[in-house]
Design a binder for this molecule. Structure first.
Ligand SMILES: *Cc1c(COP(=O)(O)O)cnc(C)c1O
Length: 412
């Protein structure tokens, strides 16, 4: 038997079933009228934002990186909770505007921004986090041509990375950001060209559970921002410190010590160098805000035994939950938290693998986990499905179609 990841807090058993926002899985599926189904609990998202606000210094803004979950109701819910949004494409800008988000609160990072994307972003007043020297020149030229003053920040590729991070996006040769050594001259050039100068964006990695690593990275980020601001000879209006706050997915993962991260940042904020005295700081988080609030529900279509091993074959799979199958940036496949939703909390009775309906052996949502006995028609819940699920999976692969999504907003 292989262990399953830890089930996030906030989910209860009602009448022997998994309940999400107080409603049983079978009730939710019946109302949605289909499986597979993603359910996102708005109350858990709100609670997470409140926990962050309580732990982090008041001066620090909170941004949502919408690539984690761009479902329109989630964006609308977030609009009332966070101070800004980070997008990574023109397509995400369309989604953001359709959800009614204020473009002035949006910043746009990501390599390979096309001219058409830069045009729309500049026209709408979105802040561009510039990823290369050429992109900076293209943004200035487009602003000139449109008669608009572009809001520009530089995404800095620092000389360090985030220790213990799942995906490194800074330090050394990278497609992200502009090498720190080139930043002061470029900042001077942008300011001289008359842009609206929005400072630095320094994002180095994702999915860290170690508070000490995050604190160390943030301290290094602040020191780097101060040095680059000094060298560019201008005050720094804003500095996005990145994020990287991780959530527990796998057996043995321990939640991030948010209080420790907050305390370290508070210590930084009271000891800022003069050049950063007026700087507006923020962090941008994706999975930490929404990941644990989502559950993927899928129905068992077939139960079969092969060479003595039990397979629970579901109507879902990696086309909705690529990450749970272990094929989204993980090196060693480990089990996400999962459960038989309509026998939630029942004792373990057998070892079974939960697989999807795709014709590939990669399509495994749980490998040799311990579960209560489950049969055709039962529901499987895969947790930690609120981020990088529906939007980060190959939904067209094998033609089964999309899962339904639902942001549920009842009380806790
Ligand atoms: C992906 C990404 C994020 C969000 O990452 P999480 O690990 O989900 O918090 C934030 N900022 C940038 C620039 C990103 O590329």
């Amino acid at each position: 038997m292989k262990p399953l990841g830890p089930i996030p807090p906030g989910f209860t058993a009602v009448d022997g079933e998994l309940a999400i926002a107080g409603r049983t899985a079978s009730d939710l599926v019946a109302e949605a009228g289909q499986t597979p189904l993603f359910v996102y609990d708005a109350g858990l998202i709100t609670a997470r934002v409140e926990a962050l606000r309580a732990a982090l210094p008041e001066r620090l803004g909170l941004h949502y990186a919408m690539k984690a979950n761009p479902f329109a109701p989630v964006l609308r819910h977030m609009a009332g909770l966070v101070d800004g949004f980070d997008i990574a494409s023109g397509g995400e800008l369309v989604l953001a505007e359709a959800a009614g988000l204020d473009p002035a609160q949006i910043s746009f990072a990501g390599p390979g921004k096309r001219d058409a994307e830069l045009e729309v972003a500049i026209t709408r007043g979105v802040t561009l986090n510039l990823e290369s020297l050429r992109e900076a020149e293209r943004a200035l030229a487009i602003g000139e041509r449109l008669g608009r003053t572009p809001r520009l920040a530089i995404r800095v590729n620092p000389d360090f990375d985030l220790k213990g991070s799942g995906m490194k996006m800074g330090g050394g040769a990278k497609q992200f950001g502009i090498d720190a050594a080139q930043v002061p001259a470029l900042a001077g050039r942008l300011i001289a060209a008359g842009c609206e100068w929005r400072g630095f964006h320094i994002y180095v990695g994702s999915q860290t559970l170690d508070a000490a690593s995050i604190a160390e990275t943030q301290a290094a980020t602040i020191a780097l921002a101060a040095r680059l601001a000094e060298e560019s000879g201008a005050a720094l209006p804003a500095c996005n410190l990145g994020g990287g706050f991780g959530i527990p997915y796998f057996p043995g993962d321990v939640p991030l010590d948010l209080a420790a991260v907050g305390q370290a940042l508070a210590d930084q904020m009271v000891a800022l160098p003069a050049v950063l005295a007026e700087t507006a700081f923020c962090v941008e988080l994706g999975r930490y805000l929404v990941g644990e609030a989502g559950v993927y529900l899928t129905r068992i279509v077939d139960r079969k035994v092969s060479h003595g091993e039990v397979f629970l074959v579901t109507d879902g799979g990696l086309h909705h939950q690529l990450a749970a199958s272990g094929n989204f940036g993980t090196v060693i496949r480990r089990n996400y938290p999962s459960a038989i939703a309509n026998r939630f909390g029942a004792p373990v009775e057998e070892v079974a693998s939960v697989v999807g309906c795709l014709c590939t052996p990669l399509d495994r949502l749980a490998d040799k986990g311990g579960f209560p006995r489950a049969d055709e028609g039962d529901l499987v819940a895969v947790f930690c499905a609120g981020a990088y699920g529906a939007s980060a999976s190959p939904v067209h692969f094998l033609g089964h179609g999309a899962a339904a999504e639902w942001l549920i907003n009842t009380s806790h």
